[in-house]
Design a protein around this ligand. Structure first.
Ligand SMILES: NC(=O)c1ccc[n+]([C@@H]2O[C@H](COP(=O)([O-])OP(=O)(O)OC[C@H]3O[C@@H](n4cnc5c(N)ncnc54)[C@H](OP(=O)(O)O)[C@@H]3O)[C@@H](O)[C@H]2O)c1
Length: 244
């Protein structure tokens, strides 16, 4: 299993759970080498198999290199988790610059699309592959639009949802299932990137379950979609958002 952005947060929790389920895991990261190596060390201490592989998913050449390293170091690819994602400081869309829009779409949309293409080359039955699964980490922002916080981010997650639907239908005959999780209010460092580390505390009374979620709770949903346990589901969305 290749998990993009697995040095911390939801990706790291998914890597650890996946290893417990018996997957050999590629822990991709962009900058956080030490954190990624700690995830790998934790997996190996538990008797699992993992490697850390650097690669910025907003750069096409790095995606190509990332997949070729997965080939070399893990062999077969059964599952891709498109988890790496980013957001920037909260502000109304009117003030969002063009550079930021480009950064957002490169990481959150073009990166996952190119990763899907590389995964298809390796998994598709028609290319000699054994089939597989793709899980996209979207957000409930795709249906709320995240007004006054990050409409640009929400737009990228809307694009990821459309990718999930379209690709699931294109790849059903290739034995590749494509699904998505849509988390919200998960305790990770991403909220600090938006300029409000305490965002979940501010909003938690409005969440039906009255609390933020844990990365491990999202990882459980990702693992279900990645595994044969979800064998009759493709093109679906699992919201992990406390009822929001
Ligand atoms: N937390 C939430 O409440 C929430 C809600 C909805 C959706 N999500 C989605 O869940 C996913 C994971 O978020 P998180 O909350 O776990 O975030 P996080 O704690 O900020 O972790 C983000 C991870 O993505 C990696 N990353 C960022 N840009 C990258 C790039 N260009 N190439 C490769 N890796 C990159 C980071 O690696 P480095 O450390 O090396 O930069 C890090 O491992 C994202 O897609 C996010 O949109 C999160």
């Amino acid at each position: 299993m290749l998990i993009t952005g697995a040095s911390r947060g939801i990706g790291a929790a998914t890597a650890i759970l996946a290893a417990q389920h018996g997957y050999a895991v590629a822990v991709n990261y962009r900058n956080s080498r030490v954190a990624a190596q700690e995830v790998v060390a934790q997996i190996r201490e538990g008797g699992g198999e993992a490697v850390a592989i650097q690669g910025d998913v907003s750069r096409e050449k790095e995606i190509v290199r990332l997949f070729s390293e997965v080939d070399d170091r893990l062999g077969r690819l059964d599952c891709l988790v498109n988890n790496a994602g980013t957001l920037e400081r909260q502000m109304p869309l009117a003030g969002v610059g063009y550079d930021r829009l480009q950064r957002m779409f490169q990481t959150n949309v073009l990166g996952p699309v190119r990763c899907c293409q590389e995964a298809i080359k390796r998994m598709a039955r028609s290319a000699g592959g054994r089939g597989g699964t793709i899980v996209n980490v979207s957000s409930i922002a795709s249906r709320t639009g995240s007004p006054f916080e990050y409409v640009d981010y929400a737009m990228t997650k809307g694009a990821l949802d459309a990718l999930t639907i379209g690709l699931s239908k294109e790849l059903a005959g290739e034995d590749i299932r494509v699904n998505a999780v849509r988390p919200a209010f998960i305790h990770t460092e991403i909220h600090a990137a938006g300029g409000e580390p305490g965002r979940i505390d501010r909003l938690k009374e409005r969440i039906p379950l009255k609390r933020g979620g844990r990365a491990e709770e999202v990882a459980e949903a990702i693992l279900w979609l990645a595994s044969g346990k979800s064998s009759y589901s493709t093109g679906i969305f699992l919201d992990v958002a406390g009822g929001a």
